[in-house]
Design a protein around this ligand. Structure first.
Ligand code: 13P
Ligand code: SF4
Length: 386
């Protein structure tokens, strides 16, 4: 379990039959038609999954769309499919590979693997990159000098490399998503008196505060500090949740002054945010939740409801279009979009699907066996708690 890479392993794939460049000059109509043609050819053997932050033209082609939890469930339950094109980011594709190819599923398919394709390998997550496995292992060793690590449950947000999920699985911990973070923390506290939460400090803090844990019980672990993550031994001894110093560069752009500005202008407005937002924003919000919960909250509200929504721009713009009966605003004067989700465009999707159809899959994400085995332990716990 030592020295695992933070990056997914890609299969030794055959040389692509089609080069990417020519796809970039095709019109969206042509790309869409060609993607539909491949989709038709494969039938139920192909599953195109789309995260809610994807661009409209990509999401329109997804067989299933969802938040991280829902998409993991889709990958875990897939039965007929042999190929998943994951329109999302690489930790999601890794998770799909682990769940779709877990031992029980492989046995059902007589050992045949599902190939998970990430249309652009550069579609990463800057938050996931803020916690490397070497840094986590080093933090755990240092914690062991001050605390009993047998009494700490590591909890990783699903926005993390497979190697971190494996670390967590191997150390009695659990993966959480934005839709089950509280249940995951309860699961952890039923086992140990302390939690180490990574990589998103905001999701960890917002969730723990809601459970009555106080700020002074949540020291930050800064992996770049000289020692003990920048906390004192006393702070660590008092801790209930040790928070990794990571964040989402998109959600950190939402500020309390944006909330105040909207409330002043529209006294009856409701503020709806993702729990990756900083505490100062989260605490001022009326409602919060995963991307799917944000969608459901809007869908179930009466016409005329006014919203200012703090999450990725593409999702908020889509909600605006789909719900003209409500008044929806983006909770920031500046553009907050996920640049890595945005890398998945029609050109990359079409290029990767046509190579798949030509028998030369590109960008196949395959997590190595040892990492996948331990990560699965933590992911199965995640799927059990809701
Ligand atoms: P959800 O699980 O809520 O879709 O969040 C994923 C994500 O990356 C949010 O930034
Ligand atoms: Fe990662 Fe933030 Fe993009 Fe989500 S929105 S994928 S957390 S960078």
């Amino acid at each position: 379990m030592n020295g695992m890479s933070n990056m997914p392993t890609t299969l030794q794939a055959p040389q692509p039959v089609h080069q990417l460049q020519p796809f970039k000059s095709l019109s969206n109509d042509e790309l869409t038609a060609r993607i539909r043609a491949v989709r038709k050819k494969f039938g139920p053997k192909l599953l195109i999954l789309g995260h809610h932050y994807q661009q409209d033209e990509v999401i329109a082609l997804a067989d299933l769309r969802g938040d991280s939890y829902g998409l993991s469930q889709n990958a875990a339950n897939s039965s007929q499919c042999r190929y998943i094109a994951f329109c999302g980011v690489h930790f999601m594709a890794e998770t799909a590979d682990i769940l779709a190819n877990r031992p029980g599923k492989l046995a059902e398919r007589n050992g045949e693997r599902v190939a998970v394709v990430l249309p652009d390998l550069a579609a990463g997550c800057s938050m996931a990159d803020m916690a490397g496995i070497d840094q986590i292992e080093d933090a755990w060793d240092q914690l062991g000098d001050v605390l009993d690590t047998e009494d700490i449950t590591p909890v990783t947000y699903i926005n993390s490399a497979a190697s971190l999920k494996a670390f967590v699985g191997c150390h009695g911990g659990i993966v959480c998503t934005s839709s089950n973070a509280e249940a995951a923390l309860r699961w952890a506290f039923a086992r140990t008196s302390r939690v180490m939460f990574f990589p998103d400090q905001h999701l960890g803090r917002n969730t723990a505060l809601g459970m009555g844990i106080t700020l002074d019980q949540m020291p930050i672990w800064d992996p770049y500090a000289d020692a003990l993550g920048g906390s004192s031994e006393e702070q660590l001894r008092q801790s209930k949740v040790i928070l990794w110093k990571g964040h989402c560069s998109v959600h950190q752009m939402f500020r309390p002054e944006h909330v105040r500005m909207f409330r002043e202008k529209y006294p009856d407005i409701k503020i709806l945010v993702h729990p990756e937002c900083p505490r100062e924003v989260f605490e001022l919000a009326d409602e919060s939740g995963s991307t799917s919960k944000i969608i459901k909250t809007v869908e179930s509200s009466p016409p005329g409801t006014k919203w200012a929504i703090g999450t990725e721009l593409h999702l908020v713009n889509r909600l605006k279009q789909e719900h003209p009966e409500q008044e929806i605003h983006f909770l920031s004067p500046v553009v907050c979009m996920c640049a890595t989700m945005y890398r998945i465009d029609l050109a990359h999707l079409c290029w990767s699907l046509e190579n798949l159809a030509a028998g030369a899959p590109v960008n196949v994400i395959k997590v190595d066996e040892d990492t996948a085995r331990w990560a699965l332990v933590a992911l199965e716990r995640m799927l059990e708690v809701k």
